[in-house]
Design a binder for this molecule. Sequence first.
Ligand SMILES: C[S@@+](CC[C@H](N)C(=O)[O-])C[C@H]1O[C@@H](n2cnc3c(N)ncnc32)[C@H](O)[C@@H]1O
Length: 205
Amino acid sequence: MIHDFYEQRVFPHILDRVMRGMEELRPGVLEAAHGDVLEIGFGTGLNLRHYPEAVGSLSTVDPMNALPEKVTRRIEAAGFPVKLHHLPADGGLPFDSGRFDTATVTWTLCTIPDPVAALREVKRVLKPGARLHFIEHGLSDDPSVAGWQQRFNSVQNVIGCGCNLNRKIDQLIREAEFELPDFDFFVGEGMPRMFGTLYRGAAIS
Ligand SMILES: C[S@@+](CC[C@H](N)C(=O)[O-])C[C@H]1O[C@@H](n2cnc3c(N)ncnc32)[C@H](O)[C@@H]1O
C-alpha cells in the first residue's frame, strides 16, 4: 500500500524532475524522427519539444498516466497530433504491422519487464528498414561498476519502480532481431557510472 502511494503519487514527480536532467541528450536521439512515430515509455512527455518538424504524428505506449495536467500542456504545445495508449509495450501493441516510419525509446528498456518482447513488437509495427532511435542506461563495461550495479539492482528496482541497472541494451536490441551495426557507449557528463552508463544509437528493423 505504501509502495502504491509512492508509485502513483510521489514517483511521477521524481521522474519528471530527474528526467529533466537529460534534456541535453534528447535532441541528438530524436532529430532523425519523421512521419508517423511510435514512442515506447512516454513518461511525462519530455521528448515532445525535441521532435523535429518532419514528425507527422506521435503514438505513445506507456502503462503509466503520469502528471496528466502537465502532460496535456506539453501535448498542446507540440506541433503534431499525439495519441496516448496507456498499455504495457510488452503485452502486444495495438497497431497493424508496418504502420510506423520511426520508433523512439528513451530511458525505458531498463524498466519494461520483458524488453525483448516489447522490442519484437516495435520491430513488427515498424516499416521494414525503418529505425528505432534510442538512448538508455545500462550495464557498465567496468567490472567494478558492474558489480555495484548488480548488488544495488534490487534496491533500484524498488525506488525506481521497476528500473534495472544491469541490462545490456545492445544485446536486448539484437535479441529482438533488429540490426545494430554500431552504437555509442559512453558515460553521461557529470553522471555517476552506476546510473550514467549510456547506450545510444539507431537500430534498423
Ligand atoms: C525512466 S522513465 C522514462 C520516461 C521517458 N521515456 C523519458 O525519457 O523521460 C521509464 C518509463 O517506462 C515506462 N514503462 C514501464 N513499464 C513499461 C512497459 N511495460 N511498457 C512501456 N513503458 C513502460 C514507465 O511508466 C516510465 O514512464
